[in-house]
Design a protein around this ligand. Sequence first.
Ligand code: PHE
Length: 516
Amino acid sequence: MENKRSSWGSNLGFLLAAIGSAVGLGNIWGFPFKMGKSGGFAFLIIYLLLAVFVGMIIMVSELAVGRKTKLSPIDAYQKISKKFKWIGWLATIAPFLIMSFYSVLGGYVMQYIALNLSELSFGGEQIAISGSAAFTAIRTQPFGAVVFTVFFMILCMVIVQGGVDSGIEKFNKVGMPALFVMLVIVIIRSLTLPNAVEGLKFMFVPGYAVAAGYVAEAPDVVSVLGLAGGQMFFSLSLAMGAILTYGSYLGKEENLVKNSVIIVAADTLIALLAGIAVIPASVSYGISQGLSPAEIAGGLGGPGLLFITLQDVFANMGKIGPLFGVIFYALVLIAAISSAISLIETVSAHWIDKDLQKGETDTRKRIVLIVSLLIMIPAALVAADGLGKSSFTPAALMGIQGNVPDVIGDWLDFMDTFSEYLMMPLGAMLMALMIGWELDPSIVLDEVGHGNSSKGFAKFYSLCVKFIVPVVMAFVLAGSLKGNCGGSATMWYIFAGIVLVGFWIFAAVGKKKAEE
Ligand code: PHE
């Protein structure tokens, strides 16, 4: 049965696919806007620390568990753990929920490509359409949003149906280099705009964001930790089963630590480059419009960045603007597709594996079709809701009016809160507790090194997986729940603390009885 299971054509193909999964809306949209929201440099430093001490560790762990078991998340966890066998379900339901809004955002991006293309064909005669006009139009036309979501889903579905090496790997082999070239073009344009240096200072000069009046006060470390931690996980595709699934198609001879370093470095580099493409352009545009630093940061620091501020940037660039608009939104589309296909693959892989075990080898196309159709059900709801423009937001259905917490404000936030802000930190914490306390770090280290991993890495890994990752994840969990659900910080810290200690006891007690 095992030799019929899919595998990558080459390690490079795997790397490009994993980088493709990692590089997505999280890098190009989330990273710059969260950096804008938390005032630049401090966010960057915390993000980098987390990527090394937590992201890398989970990345290695997921790849190792995937490759060791050669199974999709549900079966993989069932195989290695007695107590945590159900984590695999978290890592399958979460990608399903993420796809329900990711596909809608992918559809939005397609609409912006169409918009800029049509402006281009008017040769700049027509007044370019402002970001807020475009975004309002998109959000209030449920039919258009659903149709474009379907387009996006079909594109992704066809790629995943093509298979691991001849669909996913092939797409990324062309898509990732193309994305990089387009990003460089946009960066050159962005950095040659007047006052672009001001945007660079915002990003890279410590304390500048506060000193120059972009943000009123330096945000507290704990809330930046929540924001940067959530962002880092989402951006690296961690604790969502995706990296585990991709790792399960990887050959025994490949170096997991080296691969993890490359994936984390590439993802972080693209996030930084996206910041350099997006932030200076937005700051330059804001200054040209006579906006105050606080107003500029407002445009940067919110979800409107991708769909309002940047569309304004392109609309005000003169005749050539729509061309840069097309290039930019096309690169965002590639990034979104390469991530979405990893999510669809993760959800589908369980049933593909099941059929393989029954000796049925040709069911990928059918399973991927069914999974895509199932994703379309919540996706249609998210699309029609238009980020809370509808009369059937979660809050409205519950009969709650006025100022509501984000989580029930619209269907996108609702799905996002459960997947990105609850299941993801929880999944990562539980995985670390499982490896560090129920089992033993050697379960990963053996797979990583096949007996020859360095002593230094083994020590570093054990320390991080036992202590650092679970504790940091508790902070991230508390920070993200507070950010999305409101309430007092203390309450969420107590909650996260109880979850951490509870599961730690659960993992550690009676360890000897556990298998392996
Ligand atoms: N990493 C992707 C992004 O940055 C999103 C993603 C999350 C993809 C989890 C797969 C799994 O947009």
